[in-house]
Design a protein around this ligand. Structure first.
Ligand code: HEC
Ligand code: HEC
Ligand code: HEC
Ligand code: HEC
Length: 457
């Protein structure tokens, strides 16, 4: 999703850091710039004694930097490793393979793979039936996801654990996010241990590389990003906009995979292993065979300047998502047909389907999936919507039962998605539509009005 970067005063930055879930872990900020810094002396020693001498100036240079820029690669540095075998099983149980590919992820057949099937629709693979040609226009979401190859070579383990627990938007041009899954911290550790198994973490080497990059003058970094054309795919929110991205025509959505899949470069410091960063910039394919990121010829000093800029450039905070104000209920009559046409049939029914239409698979929101047990929510017809949902004990309840704040559960789930995207998920209620952009206030108004009018047919 594409947030709008705006400048905010530094005082607000501090405050927002505490409110954003993925920033809330910047605990180790005061712990200077690298793991080798004094406060961690007893825990982590540089592997090579000669290197520790070399690091001394970096420590002082970066100590002043650390006052302004926290050391994000310390986030989750103390996260214990999990059990890789358990992680392998969890990856299967949570069906990561329905949306991702990767060496560690078992291939899943087309009929169940959300991304591959949508790609086939877009390629015209179902055009032999005339009534299916219109499908191409309707598929907007889940047309591309990043492959999960070479995870351990690229990202820090601690970041990965925290992201799996509390995913947040990484890619400005990708409309959906990684869905919030019902994973415990231990399960996230197990999965992260499994996915990084090919290339185990080495925080000491990363700390050295980060400290070395801190010595580099990154003043020319922004100009270099522009000159090298990085902005034709990437944004870096929090710094002056990069040149080059040709946004799609108004009303059209971006479909080029290399653009959709290019992460916002502000997150590099949160997640990328500093020890691998210049290797990645130099030859991304060497680290990850199937990456859509092209190789850009650069000198060693250009590589270092860009890497240093990505890690240390001053970032302005990004304006958080603010949920729109609820609109007053409509006074005109709203019938089920309108609600179905405007909302339920557009996105909801694809995860809350009719098992009879799809060889028993009612979608993750009905018969279960992505690690969620069967909740029995079928949103394909008036009768089924009225049939409600299953609670943890398997008892049926109405989707219109009132929550403590007086809102019907169905409406509360739609606002809960706004809350998730703002960084403050609602306890015990998953935001809907799962992992997709929150509904507009007008769409929620329509459903809320229908419910308030006694749900006419
Ligand atoms: C419904 C589809 C879906 C499922 C199921 C899913 N993911 Fe994702 N995942 C996504 C999308 C979409 C993104 C990209 C999010 C973004 O860029 O903001 C993503 C991103 C990620 C990332 C970051 C990758 C990168 O290149 O930035 C990791 C790691 C990840 N997922 C792991 C998992 C694991 C592990 C599972 C199973 C436990 C899983 N995902 C299940 C859709 C899914
Ligand atoms: C067998 C092929 C196939 C599979 C597998 C599949 N879809 Fe779809 N999906 C479609 C088609 C075809 C449409 C368009 C249907 C229409 O226009 O009525 C669609 C539309 C959608 C839409 C609404 C359009 C949009 O882009 O917002 C969503 C949401 C959706 N699918 C989610 C999923 C999810 C989540 C999964 C995996 C659990 C999945 N789909 C798996 C074929 C598939
Ligand atoms: C054609 C589009 C494109 C161009 C041009 C491009 N990149 Fe990328 N870049 C990507 C994509 C796509 C990814 C995600 C790769 C993957 O997951 O396989 C990526 C990943 C990255 C990452 C890792 C980000 C992370 O959070 O994991 C960095 C750093 C990066 N690019 C920097 C650059 C720089 C610097 C330039 C200019 C020299 C550049 N890119 C040019 C598409 C591009
Ligand atoms: C990508 C798949 C997906 C899409 C799209 C989706 N849902 Fe869901 N939905 C789920 C899953 C999975 C659950 C079960 C979540 C849980 O058990 O916490 C669920 C649960 C629900 C619940 C029960 C919530 C609760 O905790 O009691 C409601 C209500 C709901 N969905 C409504 C909707 C509506 C309305 C839409 C369309 C605007 C929608 N969903 C779109 C996957 C989806």
């Amino acid at each position: 999703m594409r947030p709008v970067p705006t400048a905010e005063p530094a005082a607000q930055l501090q405050q927002r850091k505490r409110t954003l879930p993925w920033a809330g872990r910047w605990l180790a900020v005061l712990c200077a710039v690298a793991l080798v810094a004094a406060c961690n002396e007893t825990k982590v020693q540089p592997a090579d004694p000669a290197a520790s001498g070399e690091l001394a100036p970096a420590q002082s240079a970066s100590a002043s930097l650390a006052a302004a820029v926290p050391a994000p690669w310390l986030i989750g540095a103390d996260e214990p490793r999990g059990n890789a075998q358990a992680g392998a099983k969890l990856v299967a149980d949570f069906e990561c393979g329905r949306c991702h590919t990767g060496r560690e992820i078992k291939p899943i057949r087309l009929e169940s793979h959300c991304i591959s099937c949508h790609q086939k629709v877009m390629r015209g693979g179902f055009d032999h039936k005339p009534e299916h040609v219109r499908w191409k226009e309707n598929v907007v979401h889940l047309t591309a996801t990043p492959s999960l190859r070479a995870v351990g070579r690229r990202w820090r383990y601690g970041w990965l654990v925290n992201f799996l627990r509390k995913p947040h938007d990484l890619r400005p041009a990708l409309v959906q996010t990684m869905p919030q899954l019902a994973l415990t911290q231990q399960q996230a550790r197990d999965i992260a241990t499994f996915l990084t198994g090919d290339f185990p973490p080495d925080p000491t080497a990363d700390a050295h590389a980060a400290a070395n990059l801190a010595k580099i003058d990154h003043g020319a970094g922004h100009t270099l990003l522009n000159d090298k054309g990085c902005g034709s795919c990437h944004e870096m929110s929090g710094v002056a906009p990069l040149k080059g991205l040709n946004a799609p025509e108004p009303g059209k959505h971006e479909t080029r995979p290399a653009v959709i899949l290019a992460p916002d470069l502000r997150f590099v410091r949160d997640r990328f292993r500093p020890g691998q960063l210049t290797n990645w910039l130099k030859q991304p394919h060497k680290l990850k065979r199937d990456t859509p990121m092209p190789e850009t010829p650069m000198s060693a000093s250009e590589l270092d300047t860009i890497a240093a800029y990505l890690l240390y450039a001053r970032l302005e905070p990004v304006k958080p998502h603010v949920a729109p104000k609820p609109l007053p209920l409509l006074s005109r009559r709203v019938g089920y047909a309108e609600v179905a046409e405007q909302v339920l049939n557009v996105t909801c029914r694809h995860c809350h389907g009719n098992p009879d239409d799809a060889v028993g698979d009612g979608g993750p929101g009905n018969t279960g999936g992505f690690g969620y047990r069967a909740r029995g929510v079928n949103l394909t017809s008036y009768k089924y919507v009225a049939a409600g949902y299953l609670d943890a004990e398997g008892a049926r309840h109405s989707l219109f039962e009132k929550m403590p704040d007086g809102q019907p559960r169905l409406i509360a789930a739609l606002w809960a998605r706004h809350a998730e995207v703002s960084g403050s998920p609602v306890d015990g209620l998953r935001g809907m539509p799962l992992g997709l952009p929150p509904l507009k206030a007008k769409e929620i108004q329509l459903i809320a009005s229908w419910v308030a009018q006694g749900r006419p047919r």
